[in-house]
Ligand binder design. Sequence first.
Ligand SMILES: *Cc1c(COP(=O)(O)O)cnc(C)c1O
Length: 417
Amino acid sequence: MTPLVHEIAGLAIPELAQQFGTPLYVYDARTILERIGHLAAFDVVRYAQKACSNIAILDLVRKNNVLVDAVSAGEIHRAMAAGYKPGFNDPPEIVYTADIFDHQTLDMVVELGVPVNCGSPDMISQYGQRAPGNSITLRINPGFGHGHSQKTNTGGEQSKHGIWHEQIEDCIERANEHGLTIAGLHMHIGSGTDMEHLSQVSSAMEQAALVVGSSITSISAGGGLPTPYRDGDDLVDTAAYYEQWDATRGRLAKEFGHHVSLEIEPGRYLAAESGYLVAEVRAVKQMGGNRYYLLDAGFNNLARPIMYGSYHPMAVCPANGDTERAHQQVVVGGPLCESGDIFTQEDGGFVSSRSLPEAHVGDYVVIGCAGAYGHTMASNYNSKPLTAEVLISDGSPHLIRERQSLDDLIRHERIPG
Ligand SMILES: *Cc1c(COP(=O)(O)O)cnc(C)c1O
């Protein structure tokens, strides 16, 4: 994104803002389809919908041969609303992956027949008691991890995720007690991939699969494919990524004497770059040495900066159509009554500044790479309604979520008496 923008996917930003209001999430369908195309070599691309789970996005990826992962009853419900069917097909359209079952979700996966990817030994036993004889997959924690922050590292003993790699035998016993077949293994150990790290993961997968044996018919490389948030970040080399996993799969297939399907489970990679948060500048103020742009969007809309110190590209869209504006060093923040409501912050909460074009009240700030873990992590904090979401496809904007009303905020609340 250049620092001065006027359009998203060919549509004028001020017109989008006037038609749908701000703050507004805008997604470009083309980017999602492009990213899906990069992963076509894998047997199965399974979208980790928690990145961006609007049913219109699920419908879009479903129509492009992408299957889906669900981490809650709500996500199973969404998947079905978008046309995915539960059941033990090969490959299954919906898989439930988690470290626990709450009661509602256990009932749901048993009644609907949604295959489960178990991240704890207790899940195996609880599922086996309710659905003996079914196939399951195991999410393995290989004992090491990776992640762009401590909060997103999903392997190693500091992570709560997955079945510890030294407990696979115990899990096989638990599965056998209920006649469950372990048909696949899964490793999702966090964002950020270098090839050396990847070879560590794939060889851990190989060792784990050899412990389980020839009941394994699929392996999943999980998600964690990085996306370029900063200028100069490269897109991951998906061909090299595939080759590494394909070699692992090939060795296992040879060992077992049958085909082993290779899945990948991206969230961020499919959704991040497609999404933009469009906000209006509502105040510009100088406070000592800092100049602030205060927007009508805050961490209630996009929580990644306050949660992880994440960097997002930003641009200014002049309401008057200016194609040139002098740059200045600014801090960009939101409307919330909380000092952490700053988009330009670093890990640890340190406020930093950014060189952006001069902006006035009524101009727009566009925050890029906001498609993944953007709206799905939004909240009603400060009693702010959730924003609308718009999907641009075939050159037209489609409203895919209405903005919440003020009545929506209190709809489920009751005054006793
Ligand atoms: C979140 C998640 C993913 C996706 O992670 P990304 O970093 O967004 O690719 C994949 N698999 C599981 C089980 C997850 O929980």
